[in-house]
Design a protein. Structure first.
Lengths: 946, 256, 308
């Protein structure tokens, strides 16, 4: 017998460790990048990092393969073949930037709105929006319109915050966690850490999702709801809580507009609005003195029910009276909603009972005295340890805004917002809607060679803030903030190409896209969008969208449609800033932001997009990018991050400010700021004081802290808007009672969707089509090991999701004669696709589903034309039109939420028919030219095996 | 070396995998690949990495199972089928059949800690050990022609250049759901042994007689929601509509 | 299990070679006959081709010598050791026949013993695997030995006939062994059909208490080493057809041909070698199909994790 081999057990990982921030998805975990011989040896989670605490997901762990992927662009490209061919010629940066400056410069001089600048999964919106504003086009937004604006807008308009970057469940204290519509999330690792923590503690985890995958697989209870009916389920829970008197009355009186008086004067322009005093403060009915007083009056004892005569002789009722009457109606009883939601009445009652039991019988008390905004001292924080989280599953429906509102209503009723064990805000939230800007983009807001008068995006307080012309027509290319989608706070990126192609409301000259795959998985009606991008004007022979500039790091389906490609770096080669001005990485207990920095230098002729944008800004002589003499203000993005100030003392990064680097939030520019971040692991964390940890919306210590940190210049407490007056203003316009009045064409739609109390209506497509003909819902789920289209160029991740089948409920399989591996046609009112099916039982019986964005176009992402992603993979996008089916009114409505314009991805209805076996999914498209040199074999790290 | 250690090692290093909280995210899978492709032995190669027949050597893979009760435990609310994500790597068996079949002595079980390893310089790549393993824990690296398997990150767990808390396998270090635990299953007092005892940890395919060291913790029993309907208001109260409720509210307001 | 050509050729060819060498060791053929000398060369050739073929599937054949070290526990190692050890008496025996036209009894008998034990070791490589229940039975070595014996006897018959000797008794022996081999195989297949797997997706996951366990999603979408190596599946109706072909070609045809030879061919005439030759080829073809099925029909327990 030979002796055991001697092993080298203590070899160091590498020569050097550099800490930066991951960008394999939008989670923004801290990573330790270990380098060996100048190559990346290993990437692991940073143990000190507040987001991921050392763990790292599959995507993050595959960073090496992302960084070295053959699909990486290697220099600026100018199109040499027809659009979509993928044929380019390499040009110099000087030529590329010169061209871009020439194109955009002429637009800026003649008609700045003819530049449409939209960004995808970008984390530098503070810069991109600033650039667009200084350029002066009204046509800018990021991708929130097709992502989750319903969640953001509903949250901010109701509680001054929402899920993900606005807040998180209190994982430490929560005893019941209810998750709606999330298989995997942006907040990927914190959610996994949190769920694990909850379950290990014996807390109950309930998942509401049509598909039992991802997190739902480990849920203690899975509610396989029918898509698009979550709002009804939530309102049935509200009904049960009211019926059984399980509401936190004290909390409602203190922190919500439940007592605010709503004018009861039907037929007038003020009906349904809050009664206000001369200072504009909402009134309540004081029960001791029996008179209307403003809501902020200390010591007032408000009524929550009744009908009261105001000084002017009109009558008004507390909004809570309207609320109670609405939800106690039998229409919201569990038995009444069971059929529509597919959830058994006893399950709904059981969930309501569990919510009530945990909220009120397992109350938490955190012994930490605090003072509210009235100066009242409290002995401690009372916690109702029930928390919720929701994302795309409820927001990507055309009723998603109201559904998200309903979810916040539910949380508020039990007193579980920002209390121990409930949902908690992450700084700089909460932030009331009043603290957000109004949108800018009306004709008077822009003009030749001048900046836009204010920020593009914001929250209209009523129809008077819409971005429309005197004829009521949209002034933005995506028709955001028009009657079509009045509160489209994130824009409607998914409508840009279709509108620009149609010249409706006007044609554009240059489309400038960053990190958005609009020619593929980020567009509805992908085949149609491809045609629009390829379509030429019959007379001039020019493309209908004359110029397209795309900035991205990888050869995607979209880069193939660019006229000019500005190649970005990988996430390990760049500076970035995850800023308090944008979407920081704060946790409820701490103010946090982060950076990326080049842990490896680019080995190609590529530049970080943000530096390129600064360069373009300087070449275009945009104010804020050049000084009075026209000299560039910033060397590059790193320089901008350090030296840019939005307000005095407030810059992109909140940490290590001041000349000594010892100031947080506000402080002078610190030239060594980035070095300090790097020393600290590329993030900064500043704790929220103990007294300020909870009830931030009404906590004096927190509000003072927020001002000190520079989130606001004065306290901005939030009163929860259960009854949303701004919505009522749109209804009044739609009734023709209030100026500006809504066009006739839009009135019914607005009346149906702008209920000031959260409501439920059938998703628009479902309501418009023959439900018998299209009996099934078709949805996608986000896989944990692939982020949208960002993983197929990655040799490791693509092995996990090389192709996607359509998962079909067992009973539907049996009815259609389908077995695993069979092929089927999936047919929607808009089109049909041919796909391979797989049987599944753990899914809502009326729902088919697949993994999101696995299907790829032939040749894209540096893959072989026969790659399974292209041959067998598929997108549901081909079945989804950006417009709703015609309904006979001569108009085609956007397939979006009528309130926010959120793309209604999950409203899709289909039927399924067995197809002949196939070798490839359909539709297929002409291949784009494959980019890069792909090896036949990878042996990453073999050089270290000696 | 092909014989198993004459005395079973007292130390039995291994993993405990909690199926109750594994969400199937593949973090452990990729981190394992990443660590080991540049670590112990030959790189974990990938063939046709950007092509049609992409395939590679992985030491840990997650399978997804669907379970439909047939007289088993009934769970769930709108359906009773459930999904279990199932990570699987070498179980470092006490009676490791992969070791005894090895004709060259390349496969061995370490006497000091029970880790099953392949000495790659002795491996002829015959594949018999993979045939002998019931679990699919061994995969041939097609580029190097040697058998690859989980090393329990032997080059991490004793690594003196690491912080103490990092001396765990890469999969354990990275697992975002904390579903993977590493320790000495030979020591009944260890954290992992206690978990196994408390949660009824199981062996995979006990009928194969391999006596795996790694254990799996089955999903915890679950109770339905339907049993939790809320207690309504006292009898005689008006629960038909808003009137009774608002009256109750008024009495509550009095108390504030 | 994946029916790898190299392994099928290895077991078939070496089986025939060892079978022939086994009978040569008993001096049943005239050592002076040219055909007998050829038989020795052919036996060694078949064995060598088989062994060389077996190295084709190795990832690192240059280290194959290491496979001789673990004979204490590994059937594969034992097979390697014995195969090489057996070469010594076989070569000595062949030397005596080829160059001295005599039969060496000591070398012959030791060689015959080595042949039998080597074939047994080969079979035990498969039979020892609990993971492949179809193989995990004493019937596997029994069948391997009987097939090697039948093939060897047929080869011996052929060379005896070719050398002008009395092929009759050897043919009778071959007939007996043929019946024995295919009979064993029949029982082996019956057992296979009746197998109810001890390992199931439920035992593989330990989740049987929750219900029926079914793979929903593979860990990685495309094939991997395990699914290529162990995930081979053949439809039952194809298997039945192929089994019929194997039994027909490898069993019925040689039996009929050998019986015909005994009945119709004149001793020392051309008929015997021709019949024996045809029988041999039919047998070899049938055996290849049998060996292919031996792998193709065997299910590995790992497929409980892969939905196979």
């Amino acid at each position: 017998m030979s002796p055991q081999p001697r092993l080298a057990l203590s070899d160091p990982v590498g020569d050097e460790t550099r800490k930066t921030t991951c960008y394999m998805c939008a989670c923004r975990c801290g990573i330790d990048v270990h380098l060996k011989d100048g190559r990346i040896r290993y990437i692991e989670g940073n143990r000190d990092h507040p987001v991921n605490r050392g763990v790292l997901c599959a995507k993050g762990s595959a960073g090496i393969m992302q960084h070295y992927a053959p699909a990486r662009l290697d220099g600026p490209l100018l199109r040499s073949g027809p659009r979509g061919s993928g044929r380019f010629r390499r040009i110099s940066w000087e030529e590329a930037l010169g061209l871009a400056t020439e194109w955009m410069g002429s637009v800026r001089r003649t008609d700045p709105k003819k530049l449409a600048f939209f960004t995808g999964r970008d984390q530098s919106q503070a810069l991109t929006s600033f650039w667009a504003q200084q350029f002066g086009t009204p046509n800018y937004a990021a991708h929130g319109g097709f992502c989750s604006v319903n969640m953001a807008a509903a949250g901010i308009m109701t509680i001054g915050g929402a899920f993900w970057e606005f807040g998180a469940p209190d994982w430490e204290h929560s005893k019941l966690f209810v998750l709606f519509g999330v298989a995997e999330d942006h907040d990927s690792n914190p959610l996994k850490l949190g769920i694990s923590k909850l379950k290990s503690r014996g807390a109950r985890f309930v998942s509401v999702n049509p598909v039992r995958t991802g997190y739902s697989a480990v849920a203690d209870n899975w509610i396989g709801i029918r898509p698009g009916t979550d709002g009804l389920l939530i309102l049935a829970l509200v009904h049960e809580l009211l019926r059984t008197r399980k509401v936190d009355v004290d909390y409602l009186v203190r922190y919500t507009n439940a007592p605010w008086l709503v004018i009861d004067a039907p037929g007038t322009a003020e009906h349904g609005l809050f009664a206000r005093d001369r200072e504009g403060r909402a009134l309540i009915w004081e029960t001791v003195t029996e008179q209307a007083v403003h809501h902020d009056l200390k010591g007032a004892r408000p009524a929550l029910s009744g009908r009261y005569e105001l000084a002017d002789g009109r009558f008004a009722r507390p909004s809570f009276q309207l609320l109670a009457e609405k939800y106690l109606d039998a229409a919201y009883a569990p038995d009444a909603v069971a059929a529509e939601t597919g959830v058994a009445a006893e399950t709904i009652r059981g969930l309501a009972g569990e919510i009530a039991r945990v909220a009120f019988e397992e109350e938490i008390f955190v012994d930490q005295p605090w003072t509210d905004m009235h100066g009242e001292r409290h002995d401690g924080f009372v916690g109702r340890p029930v928390s919720f989280h929701a994302m795309r599953g409820i927001s990507a429906h055309s009723n998603g805004f109201q559904t998200a509102r309903a979810l916040h209503l539910l949380q508020v009723l039990i007193g579980a917002i920002d209390c121990p064990g409930g949902f908690r805000y992450e700084p700089p939230y909460p932030k009331p809607v009043e603290a957000h800007p109004r949108p800018h983009g009306r004709a008077e807001h822009f003009g030749s060679e001048q900046p836009l008068a204010g920020p593009h995006l914001g929250f209209p307080r009523g129809p008077e803030d819409l971005l429309i012309d005197e004829n009521g027509q949209p002034t933005r290319i995506d028709k955001a903030f028009s009657w079509d989608a009045p509160i489209s706070a994130h824009g409607l990126m998914h409508m840009v190409i279709a509108n620009a192609h149609a010249g409706d409301p006007y044609p554009i000259d240059t489309l400038f896209l960053y990190m958005a795959n609009m020619a593929w998985n980020s567009s509805m009606n992908t085949a149609g969008v491809i045609k629009m991008l390829e379509d030429k004007d019959a007379e001039t022979g020019e493309y209908r969208i004359p110029r397209i500039i795309v900035a991205d790091a990888y050869a995607s389906e979209m880069t193939a449609y660019a006229d000019l490609v500005l190649p970005d770096t990988t996430y390990l080669e760049r500076h970035d800033c995850i800023s308090m001005l944008d979407r920081p990485i704060s946790e409820p207990d701490a103010v946090q932001d982060a950076i990326r920095w080049p842990v490896v230098e680019p080995d190609r002729d590529v530049r970080g997009f943000q530096s390129v944008l600064l360069d373009l800004g300087a070449r275009l002589k945009l104010p804020g990018f050049v000084d009075a003499r026209g000299t560039p203000l910033y060397r590059d993005y790193a320089d901008y991050i350090v030296r840019h100030e939005r307000r005095p003392g407030i810059g992109p990064l909140a940490g290590f400010r001041g000349t000594q680097g010892d100031r947080a939030g506000r402080g002078a520019i610190n030239p060594a700021q980035l070095e300090r971040y790097i020393e600290n692991g590329s993030f900064f964390a500043h704790p929220v004081p103990a007294e300020a940890l909870y009830f931030k919306h009404a906590n004096r210590a927190y509000q003072d802290f927020a001002v000190k940190m520079g989130f606001f210049d004065q306290p901005q407490p939030v009163i929860f808007q259960l009854y949303q007056e701004n919505l009522q203003k749109f209804r009044l316009s739609a009734q023709g009672l209030r100026e500006p009045v809504a066009p006739e064409t839009h009135r019914a739609r607005i009346l149906a969707s702008f209920d000031p109390l959260p409501g439920w209506y059938r998703p628009l497509e479902e309501a418009a089509i023959d439900r018998e003909r299209y009996p099934l819902h078709a949805i996608t789920q986000r896989p944990a090991a692939m982020y949208h289209s960002w993983g197929s160029m990655n040799a490791w991740l693509r092995q996990i999701h090389t192709a996607n089948p359509l998962y079909v409920p067992g009973a539907v399989c049996d009815a259609a004669g389908l077995a695993d591996g069979d092929w089927a046609w999936v047919i929607s009112p808009h089109g049909r696709i041919k796909v391979e099916v797989a049987r599944m039982e753990a899914v809502n019986g009326a729902t088919v589903w697949t993994w999101n964005a696995i299907g790829k176009r032939k040749g894209a992402w540096g893959l072989d034309e026969n790659a399974p992603e292209a041959k067998k993979g598929f997108l549901l996008n081909h079945l989804i039109h950006e417009l709703l089916p015609p309904k006979g009114d001569g108009l085609r409505w956007s397939n979006s939420d009528p309130v926010t314009g959120q793309a209604a991805w999950y409203d899709l209805r289909v039927r399924i028919e067995k197809a002949e076996p196939g070798a490839h999914s359909e539709p297929q498209f002409r291949a784009v030219e494959r980019f890069g040199e792909a090896p036949d074999e990878l042996r990453y790290g073999q050089e270290w095996n000696s | 070396m092909t014989a198993l250690p004459s005395q079973p090692s007292a130390t039995k290093l291994g993993l405990v995998i909690d199926l109750d909280i594994c969400v199937g995210c593949h973090a452990c899978v990729v981190s394992c690949k990443e660590w080991n492709t540049g670590g112990y032995g030959a790189a974990l190669s990938d063939q046709d990495p950007y092509g049609e027949h992409v395939s590679g050597a992985w030491l840990n893979r997650i399978h997804t199972f669907e379970i439909v009760p047939e007289g088993g435990e009934l769970v769930g609310e709108a359906g009773d089928a459930r999904i279990v994500h199932f990570p699987k790597s070498c179980l470092h068996c006490e009676e490791a059949p992969c070791v005894t079949v090895c004709p060259t002595g390349a496969s061995y079980k370490r006497a000091e800690d029970g880790i099953v390893l392949v000495a790659e310089d002795k491996c002829i790549g015959c594949g018999l050990c993979a045939w002998a393993c019931p679990y699919g824990a061994r995969e041939m690296d097609l580029a190097a022609g040697v058998m690859k398997k989980c090393t329990l990150c032997v080059d991490r767990i004793y690594n003196e250049t690491f912080d103490e808390e990092d001396r765990v396998p890469a999969c354990v270090r990275t697992c975002p759901a904390n579903a993977r635990h590493f320790g000495d299953l030979g020591d009944p007092g260890s954290q992992v042994s206690k978990m196994v005892a408390a949660r009824g940890g199981i062996d995979l395919m006990p009928e194969q007689g391999t006596r795996p060291v790694n254990k799996y913790l089955p999903p915890r029993p679950r109770t339905t929601l339907a049993a939790h309907a809320p207690v309504g208001p006292a009898a005689g109260e008006d629960t038909g509509g808003a009137t009774g409720f608002l009256a109750w509210i008024d009495t509550m307001l009095e108390k504030i | 299990m994946h029916p790898a050509l190299s392994i099928i050729v290895f077991t078939t060819s070496s089986g025939l070679g060892y079978g022939l060498a086994f009978f040569l060791g008993f001096g049943l053929l005239d050592p002076a006959a040219l055909a007998t000398k050829a038989a020795h060369v052919i036996a060694l050739g078949l064995i060598s081709v088989g062994l060389l073929s077996s190295t084709l599937h190795l990832g690192n054949p240059q280290r194959a010598w290491r496979a001789l070290s673990q004979w204490r526990s590994s059937w594969l190692s034992r097979e390697g050791v014995l195969a090489i050890a057996t070469f010594v008496p076989l070569c000595l025996s062949a030397w005596a026949t080829l160059f001295e036209s005599r039969h060496s009894w000591p070398a012959g008998l030791v060689g015959s013993l080595g042949c039998a034990v080597t074939v047994y070791c080969t079979a035990m490589i498969y039979a020892s695997l609990r993971t492949v229940e179809a193989w995990h039975t004493p019937l596997t070595p029994a069948a391997f030995l009987a097939f090697a014996g039948a093939g060897g006897a047929m080869l011996a018959t052929f060379f005896a006939a070719l050398g002008g000797g009395d092929a009759g008794p050897l043919a009778a022996l071959a007939l007996v062994l043929l019946v024995l081999a295919w009979g064993t195989k029949l029982v082996w297949r019956r057992r296979l059909r009746a197998l109810s797997s001890a390992s199931t997706p439920e035992t593989a996951t330990g989740l049987g208490a929750l219900g029926r366990v079914r793979l929903l999603e593979r860990p990685h979408v495309t094939e991997n080493y395990l699914t290529r190596e162990m995930g081979f599946r053949i439809a039952r109706k194809h298997a039945r057809k192929l089994a019929a072909i194997a039994f027909g070609l490898g069993g019925a045809v040689p039996i009929v041909l050998l019986a015909s030879a005994a009945l119709f061919a004149a001793e020392g005439g051309i008929g015997w070698p021709v019949f024996a030759f045809l029988a041999l080829w039919a047998y070899a073809a049938g055996l290849l199909v049998e060996r292919w099925l031996f792998f193709a029909e065997a299910r590995h327990s790992v497929m409980n994790y892969y939905g196979g």
